[in-house]
Design a protein around this ligand. Structure first.
Ligand code: C2E
Ligand code: CA
Ligand code: CA
Length: 689
């Protein structure tokens, strides 16, 4: 391949590439500025095509001098540009295959006819006799190559990439150069004797014009295209940047509240359509203001970024956003339920609780989390506000906690929050105490054991009833801590009593949350073992409602407890809806008739019927029956007559301190009478140390 042939090929390739580079802006509809791009593109391709004709002839090796017609030659150039414009108009826009095919036909016709016209315009003598295989082969080659090139170029995705454009350009260049060479050879100029020279442009001049002029024009067009692309790209980047700036929080790069609300709105729609549930967590750092003030805003910012990255790590597949200052939002987008939300909240507390290095110092943050579920905790408009209320509740109870939304939080939640905060302190500082209420053997009146009941002597509020603080502890995940403390304390107490010669059975109350605690049985076993207490001395009271929740967990725990050797008592019996067959399956050994039935025994025939039925039922199931809340002699008599096994109530003794119980039990002599009560009530006060 001679340098001239190479230059010829490169010129066409460059022209095709520049042409396509310009044509990539063409759209389906031709508007003002795209028309300009079409013309520029056609100018590049037409010029390349024409330049290749001149250069092709120059290295064809003719033995006689050549010269160009001063009018026909530029006319040929113009014709090439116009035909290519038409070809690119049809085949250079993205879209329909039929246009691509038509475009390629025009392109091929342009390549073949302009070359033939170019040679004819030279008017060699004696005159060209075409060898018809030339155009006959050239046309299909130009058309096939053009079709593939334009087809590749018709995809908007491919035309945007330089490599695909280059491939199209290469195909296009081949479908120009090869047909041109075929036609040139088919013109058989070697058998001509010469061509007119007078009044014509010398071949040297024309070759310089075709070579240098074409290259200059192509460079110019390419620069225009390049500058335009650059400008458009930076404009696009700036716009995208601006958009993401307005959607993302610049500090943490998390979506901002605006975007989150958009996602939330979509999630609501999906949830409504599929009956799914959503969970919203609002996370607020505890004491962030203090960190900002003492360590400075720079450190504060760094902390926020760290928190954001930890939340992001936990977020999959949930969504996380920064809602403002030190506040974040997280969405559980489907199948949310309290357990899933609680687990997520707990893992957030753990993750954020891990220390992080700030300015060479290790710092750790805690956070307060409010949880609201959709749809039960409010509709789309209220959900964030309700998660916020729950968060404030968690925060005012001392922080480092999560809390589910409850409707009463939106009014007067402060009081409860304060109680909760104090309860944590009470637990930590040993302000809680256990009182024990005896259970009496009905026929003999002897004490058979005691029930441990929690007492909280609040420094300002005085005695707070477990009826008040136990449900609060259950709701805020504190009940297990309370329960664990109680288990240890009861075992310790049984051991201490035994040291004074008192063998006392103790019943403890277990909450449903404790049953879900994975290590409950293990804890009880450990506490019994550590205090050297025989498991048969412990009874676990579980309310009927909880026991009847036929969950695998409940049943498993029941059996584990029974296996341990601990007795099980069904508390508050009669308030739930027990199924007899289910009851038989439980390894329980005792039923406690609820106080509400005992209360009405003397006045209501119905209550008497229920009580007697329950006692008979229990007997048939081989269960002991305890009646709780026995306050009067009348109730006492009726229950004994029904054959109730054990009695518990103010008639015999109120809950009392461990010391008082020891004194009371030592004194335990025979059946109790009403006269006995005065002394008993005295004993309910905590014994003097
Ligand atoms: P409960 O398990 O049904 O306990 C019996 C409650 O009835 C106790 O109230 C007891 O003081 C009271 N009571 C006993 N005899 C009489 C009586 O003759 N008349 C009247 N009017 N009341 C009587 P307390 O101690 O206020 O406990 C209330 C509830 O709080 C308990 O009901 C139990 O559900 C819960 N609770 C107490 N301590 C604990 C605990 O340590 N853990 C758990 N999970 N719950 C506890
Ligand atoms: Ca109980
Ligand atoms: Ca009870």
């Amino acid at each position: 391949m001679t340098p001239a042939v190479l230059a010829d090929g490169l010129l066409v390739l460059a022209a095709a590439y520049v042409s396509l580079d310009l044509a990539k802006r063409l759209e389906v509809r031709l508007k003002g500025d795209t028309l300009g791009w079409l013309l520029a593109s056609a100018l590049a391709l037409g010029t390349g095509l024409w330049g290749a004709q001149v250069l092709g002839l120059s290295h064809h090796g003719l033995t006689y001098p050549q010269a160009y017609h001063p009018a026909l030659t530029p006319a040929g150039w113009l014709a090439a540009v116009v035909v290519m414009a038409l070809g690119l108009y049809l085949g250079g826009r993205p879209g329909r295959p039929i246009d691509t095919l038509l475009g390629a036909v025009v392109f091929a016709a342009g390549v073949v006819l302009t070359e033939m016209g170019f040679l004819l315009a030279l008017s060699p003598s004696p005159g060209i006799t075409w060898l018809w295989w030339g155009p006959g082969l050239a046309a299909p080659i130009a058309w096939a190559g053009g079709t593939v090139a334009l087809w590749l170029f018709s995809s908007t995705k491919r035309r945007a990439q330089a490599s695909w454009r280059a491939l199209s350009a290469l195909l296009m260049a081949i479908s120009i150069v090869v047909p041109q060479a075929l036609i040139l050879n088919a013109a058989d100029l070697g058998h001509q004797t010469g061509m007119p020279l007078d009044g014509r442009v010398a071949s040297g001049t024309m070759e310089v014009l075709a070579g240098v002029g074409s290259v200059l024009l192509l460079v110019m067009l390419w620069v225009v295209s390049f500058m335009d692309s650059r400008m458009k790209a930076s404009l696009l980047r700036a716009r995208a940047e601006m958009q993401s700036q307005s959607l993302r929080d610049p500090l943490t790069e998390l979506p901002n509240r605006q975007i989150f609300e958009g996602m939330l709105a979509q999630a609501f729609k999906r949830a409504d359509a599929t009956q799914a549930k959503l969970g919203l967590l609002l996370i607020n750092l505890d004491g962030f203001k203090g960190i900002n003030e003492t360590l400075g805003h720079r450190i504060g910012d760094r902390l926020l970024r760290e928190v954001a990255s930890r939340l992001r790590a936990l977020a999959q597949p949930h969504m996380v956003a920064r809602q403002g200052a030190d506040e974040f939002l997280m969405l559980i987008p489907n199948d949310a339920n309290p357990q899933v939300a609680a687990e997520l909240a707990a893992s957030i507390l753990v993750s954020l609780g891990k220390p992080c290095l700030l300015d060479g110092r290790e710092a750790s943050v805690t956070c307060s989390i409010g949880i609201a579920l959709y749809p039960e905790d409010g509709g789309a408009s209220a959900l964030i506000a309700h998660a916020d209320a729950a968060m404030r509740f968690a925060k005012s109870s001392g922080g480092a906690a999560y809390c589910f939304f409850e409707s009463r939080m939106v009014d007067g939640f402060r009081d409860q929050a304060e109680v909760l905060r104090d309860l944590r302190r009470a637990l930590a500082q040993g302000e809680l105490e256990l009182f024990y209420q005896p259970k009496i053997h009905a026929p003999t009146g002897e004490i058979t054991g005691a029930e441990a009941l929690m007492r909280w002597q609040h420094p300002r509020r005085g005695m707070i009833s477990p009826v008040e603080f136990i449900p609060l502890a259950e709701r805020f995940g504190l009940i297990c801590q309370l329960g664990n403390w109680l288990i240890d304390e009861v075992c310790r107490q049984i051991h201490a009593w035994r040291d004074t010669g008192l063998r006392m059975r103790v019943a403890i109350n277990l909450s449903v949350h404790q049953l879900r605690q994975p290590d409950l049985v293990e804890r009880i076993a450990k506490a019994l073992h550590a205090n050297d207490v025989n498991p048969s001395l412990m009874t676990c009271e579980i309310t009927e409602t909880v026991a009847m929740e036929d969950t695998e967990t409940t049943i498993r725990v029941f059996h584990q407890l029974a296996k341990l050797g601990v007795s099980i008592s069904i508390d508050d019996f009669g308030t739930g809806h027990s199924s007899l067959s289910y009851l038989r399956k439980l390894p329980a050994s005792e039923l406690k008739i609820d106080r509400s039935f005992v209360l009405d025994l003397e006045t209501s025939e119905d209550a008497r019927k229920v009580a007697s039925a329950v006692i008979n039922l229990a007997k048939s199931l081989d269960l002991k029956v305890v009646a709780e809340g026995v306050e009067t002699e009348g109730q006492n008599r009726i229950l004994r007559d029904f054959g109730c096994d054990q009695l518990q109530g103010y008639l015999f003794a109120k809950p009392m301190s461990a010391k008082a119980l020891a004194l009371w039990a030592m004194d335990d002599v025979g059946p109790r009478t009403m006269n006995f009560r005065d002394s008993l009530f005295k004993a309910t006060r905590p014994a003097e140390p």
